[in-house]
Design a protein around this ligand. Structure first.
Ligand SMILES: Nc1nc2c(ncn2[C@@H]2O[C@H](COP(=O)(O)OP(=O)(O)OP(=O)(O)O)[C@@H](O)[C@H]2O)c(=O)[nH]1
Ligand SMILES: [Mg+2]
Length: 208
């Protein structure tokens, strides 16, 4: 058992998870974080550094330490400063930003090649599904070549930070995936009835 695994297990004993929100600028990371923190989502401004929130989901015994880091191009080299001890990456995509899907794919690919993220679960939020013209889940899986990801557990959820659709369902999945992977997940501690099925290539995307 590697040192990193021992550290991770010890942290899970303390019932904490470190979750890193990343994605291109304007994807909706901060708005999602506001939604799950029950804050006003109507106004956000670009994140120039990072936001951190510590919160508990109603359906989970774990305390989540969520780091939301600015995604502007000039800030992306600093993402690596946040990788240490990350249990899960939440990759937020602006589903309506068709022009930048290639950029989005390349940044995600680069991220997944980082050694310090090797054991992290990956939740992809296909955000802004409320916008007309948003790519659906199948289109985003194809655009980002998600089926090519063999190195990480991943799932994609369509969501909207504006309506809140599927936001907690996605988080529930990633929390249970981290907990299950590290053996400290107890089926009694996370109410499985609250975990909706994620949408990946094997399931039909649900409208949000
Ligand atoms: N329609 C719609 N707009 C959204 C949604 N999520 C975020 N937005 C809007 O998208 C813009 C960018 O949202 P942010 O949350 O600041 O994006 P970010 O990913 O944190 O951006 P950076 O901090 O620059 O990396 C804001 O105007 C939000 O109101 C969504 O689900 N639907
Ligand atoms: Mg932000």
């Amino acid at each position: 058992m590697g040192l990193l695994t021992i550290i991770r297990k010890n942290r899970l004993k303390a019932q904490e998870m470190r979750i890193l929100f990343l994605g291109l600028d304007n994807a909706g990371k901060t708005t999602i974080l506001k939604y799950i923190s029950h804050e006003d989502t109507s106004a956000t401004s670009p994140t120039l550094g990072f936001n951190i929130k510590t919160l508990a989901l109603p359906s989970s015994p774990y305390t989540l330490n969520i780091w939301d880091v600015g995604g502007q191009r000039t800030l992306r080299p600093y993402w690596r400063n946040y990788f240490e001890q990350t249990d899960a990456v939440v990759w937020v995509v602006d589903s309506a930003d068709r022009m930048r899907m290639q950029d989005c794919k390349e940044e995600l690919r680069g991220l997944l090649s980082e050694d310090r993220l090797a054991g992290a679960s990956l939740l992809v939020f296909a955000n802004k599904q409320d916008l007309p013209g948003a790519l659906n889940i199948s289109e985003i899986i194809a655009s980002l070549d998600l089926n090519g990801i063999k190195s990480h557990h991943w799932k994609i959820f369509p969501c909207s930070a504006m309506t809140g659709a599927n936001v907690f369902e996605g988080l529930d999945w990633v929390v249970s995936d981290v907990a299950g992977r590290l053996y400290y997940y107890s089926s009694t501690s996370l109410d499985s009835s609250s975990v909706s099925r994620p949408h990946d290539i094997n399931t039909s995307p649900a409208p949000v």
